[in-house]
Design a protein around this ligand. Sequence first.
Ligand code: SF4
Length: 249
Amino acid sequence: MQAQTTVPVRKGQELLLNEMYVSIQGESSLAGLPTIFVRLYACNLRCAWCDSMYAVEGGEFTRSSVEDVVDRIRELSAAAEEGEGIRYVCWTGGEPLLQAESIAAAVRRLPEDFVHSFETDGEVDLHTFDRLAPAERASGRVRYVMDVKCPGSGMKAEKAYANLGLLQPHDEVKFVLRDREDYEFARRVLSAYGTKAQTVLFSPVAAAHKVSMGLDPDRLAAWILEDRLPVRLQVQLHKVLWPGKSRGI
Ligand code: SF4
């Protein structure tokens, strides 16, 4: 598992852009909020249940300058009436933090009332972005929603354990669970490693990629209730709103 893109990119100047769109945020504590999504290309992992492999391999990207991406975010955020508009930006992928320098350059060019969330896989050292944008991180303008990869993903959590100690209260930790083994793994991680992140998400795997059957959300709910776990059950809202649609949601 290498935390590098296989495609060379001019750091701080361009982004490997897969798609950009406006939708309803379907995950995290920001679920339900209108959000601008910036999906970047390439990933350091290959999860069995990945639902965005088109942003992981296959070469489906354009090289976009930081300025062009910022301009597009401004366009997508604009509302007809003054005082309205979208202020949430979700950087996702793929693994967005492989392009940390360029995202930091984009964040700096956008208004201070924008809130940026990063859907990161846990296997990229969070120090890198923390050092690039310390003020934005301290203020909560940039929030991580960080996965800890469970065994059912086919990946191995390695850097995630150290990264848990770097999270701030406004950050979130996410476990995507395929079965009871993953659930027990997540419980062990939470009891063994400290984190300041105040939101812990348990999300059942949905059928995707190499996984034909997901985990029933009601089973996961029963386990959480039985164990009185202080975690948030997360069902992907965008898949409820737009069943069968795989892109642009
Ligand atoms: S880390 Fe995310 S984008 Fe990368 S393979 Fe896993 S699920 Fe897909």
